[in-house]
Structures are given as structure tokens and as C-alpha cells.
Write a protein of this length. Sequence first.
Length: 72
Amino acid sequence: MKSFSEADIEKYLKYADKNVIPLEEVLGNCFTCGELLSEVELPEGPEKKVVCLKDRDYFVEKYEDLQELGEI
């Protein structure tokens, strides 16, 4: 299972803010399904800032894709 650091998540947040959607529109919600993070089960690591537990695998896949493309 992939582990994320705070720095990894910060890189992702900067990428998302610049290239996907302004952070003020999504912070506090799962970046994948849109549910409020305060109302769903969360993963253990720092990725709990951006994704719920049920969408973690999808997030890992997309994060790794962005790394391979040199985006983050």
C-alpha cells in the first residue's frame, strides 16, 4: 500500500489548485466523490485531507499517473 507524506499531499493540492479546480471550491470534500470528509470514513495518512477511504485506491492510481507524467 502506498504511503503519502505531508509534502506529497501539498504537491497534489498545488497541482489541483493550479490545473483542476480552485481549492476553496473543494477543500473539506473528497476530491473524487465530493462527499464531505467530515461525514465519511477516512484513510489513515495525510491523504485524508483530500480523499475518503472508499476512493483512496483511485486517488493512488491518479497520483501515480501524475508522477509518471512529471506533473507533480
